[in-house]
Design a protein around this ligand. Structure first.
Ligand code: ADP
Ligand code: MG
Length: 380
C-alpha cells in the first residue's frame, strides 16, 4: 500500500486522540465499538468524537466494519503509518517524507529527511502482504491472522530489526546506523549505494567475495546468522566497494535448531551469485559450519535490548509460516507493488481473533528452497 501523507498536517488534536483510541481499543477488540473509542479518547461530547471518526474514516486511517454485531471501527495500515510518523515527527526524527525507494516483499522503503535536511531511510514493515497477494489457497494457509495481528507482527519485526542493528553497529559491523523505531517502522542511516544485485561492475570480485565470507564468519563468531544474506541485502558503495549489510528481521542465534542450515544457505547464496554474475568460484572450500568458533554473545546481548525471547519466538513462528508458503508457491509470493488496495483485502481476510496462538507449528525442514535461490532463478 502507498504511504499517503497528504492529510497528516491537517489532523486536529482531537483526531489524533481518536486515532490513538482506536489503536488502543484494537488491543482487545477486533472491531472497536464506537462508545469505547469515545471513552478511551477521553473527549467530552459525542459530536466531537463523531466528527473525528468521520474525518479519520474519510482519509482511510480507520475503517468502518459493517458486518459486525455492533457498529465499530478498526485501525488500517494507513492509520498505523500515521501514528508512527507522528511519533517520529514529535521526536524530531523526521521532518519531511520523500520518495519511495525500495519495495521488499514485506516492507516499503522511503527516503525521509530531518529538520536540517539530512536524508534517512524509513523502513515500514508490512507483514502479511505476501499472504494477501498470493492465490486463495495460500491465503487460507494464514487466514487465522487478522489485520491487527499482522500489525502486531510488523511491529515485532521492526523492534527486532532495530535491536539487532543497534547491537551490530555498536560492535563494529558494517550496517546502517539505526536512528529510531516506532510501531512497525525503523528509521536508519541512508547508505549511498546500490544493492549488490544492481551493481554493474565490481572491480575486484574475489576481494568482495572474501569480505562477504569473512563477514558471515564474523557474525557467526558473535553468535549470529543473518539468515537472508544475499545480493538484495548487501549494499555496495560504488566508490569504495565496501559492503553494508541490511535487513535483519530473520536473524537467528547460532544456537537455533536450524542454525547450520541457515548458515549454509547464507554461504551458498553468495557462492551461487558470484559464480553466475562474475563467473567467480573460489578455490577455497567453505566457509564451513564446523569452522565456526564462538567468541562473543551478541545473540544473548540483543535480548537485553528490548526484544524479548517471547517476542522472538512469536515472530519466528510467523517467519517460518511464510517460508513454508514461499516454498509452496515459488515466485508467486514475490512482492511487486501494485496499486491494489490492501485494506479491502485485509477486510476480507479478517478471520478469527489475534489470540490464535496454538496453530500447528509448520514443518520447516525444507527451508533451503527459500528466497535467495528463487530470486536467483527469477533473474535468469
Ligand atoms: P525487505 O525486508 O523488504 O527486503 P530491505 O531492508 O532489504 O527490505 O530493503 C529493501 C531495499 O531498500 C534494499 O534492497 C535497498 O535497495 C533499499 N534500502 C533499505 N535500507 C537502505 C538503507 N539504509 N540505505 C539505502 N538503501 C536502503
Ligand atoms: Mg531485503
Amino acid at each position: 500500500m502507498k504511504l499517503d501523507t497528504r492529510a497528516i498536517r491537517y489532523l486536529t488534536a482531537e483526531d489524533w486522540r481518536v486515532l490513538t483510541a482506536v489503536e488502543m481499543g484494537s488491543k482487545n477488540h477486533e472491531v472497536v465499538p464506537t462508545p469505547l473509542i469515545s471513552q478511551i479518547s477521553g473527549l467530552r461530547g459525542a459530536s466531537g468524537v463523531n466528527r473525528s471518526i468521520s474525518n479519520l474514516a474519510k482519509v482511510g486511517l480507520i475503517a468502518r466494519v459493517k458486518n459486525a454485531k455492533y457498529d465499530g471501527y478498526r485501525l488500517t495500515y494507513g492509520g498505523l503509518d500515521y501514528l508512527a510518523l507522528n511519533t517520529f515527527i514529535k521526536r524530531k526524527s523526521i521532518y519531511s517524507i520523500g520518495n519511495q525507494v525500495g519495495v521488499g516483499k514485506e516492507s516499503d522503503i522511503y527516503v525521509v529527511a530531518d529538520e536540517s535536511g539530512k536524508q534517512r531511510i524509513l523502513k515500514i514493515h508490512r507483514l502479511g502482504r505476501i499472504s494477501f497477494r498470493t492465490v486463495k489457497a495460500n491465503r487460507d494457509y494464514l487466514r487465522n491472522r487478522n489485520a491487527a495481528s499482522w500489525m502486531y507482527m510488523s511491529r515485532l519485526a521492526a523492534m527486532k530489526e532495530f535491536a539487532f542493528m543497534k547491537v551490530l553497529k555498536d560492535n563494529g559491523f558494517p550496517v546502517p546506523t539505526p536512528i529510531d523505531q516506532a510501531r512497525h517502522c525503523v528509521l536508519m542511516e541512508l547508505i549511498d549505494s546500490y544493492p549488490l544485485r544492481q551493481v554493474t561492475s565490481i572491480a575486484d570480485p574475489p576481494k568482495l567475495y572474501a569480505d562477504l565470507m569473512s563477514l558471515i564468519m564474523r557474525f557467526a563468531s558473535q553468535g549470529l546468522i543473518h539468515g537472508d544474506f544475499n545480493e538484495f541485502n548487501i549494499l555496495v558503495h560504488e566508490e569504495t566497494q565496501e559492503p553494508v549489510v541490511i535487513d535483519f528481521p530473520q536473524m537467528v542465534s547460532i544456537d537455533h535448531p536450524n542454525a547450520e542450515e541457515y548458515f549454509d544457505r547464507d554461504v551458498q547464496c553468495i557462492k551461487t551469485f558470484f559464480a553466475r554474475k562474475f563467473g567467480f568460484e573460489s578455490e577455497e572450500e567453505g566457509p564451513d559450519w564446523k569452522d565456526v568458533k564462538r567468541t562473543g554473545k551478541l545473540d544473548v546481548e540483543v535480548e537485553a535490548s528490548g526484544f524479548s525471547k517471547k517476542q522472538a519466538k512469536e515472530l519466528d513462528k510467523y517467519l517460518q509460516q511464510i517460508a513454508k508458503l514461499n516454498e509452496r508457491d515459488g515466485d508467486e509470493a514475490g512482492g511487486d507493488v501494485s496499486d491494489e488496495n490492501d485494506d479491502d483485502q485485509e477486510e476480507e481476510d479478517r478471520g478469527s481473533g489475534m489470540e490464535n496462538e496454538d496453530d500447528e507449528q509448520p514443518d520447516n525442514s525444507n527451508l533451503s528452497e527459500d528466497s535467495c535461490e528463487m530470486k536467483n532463478e527469477a533473474e535468469t
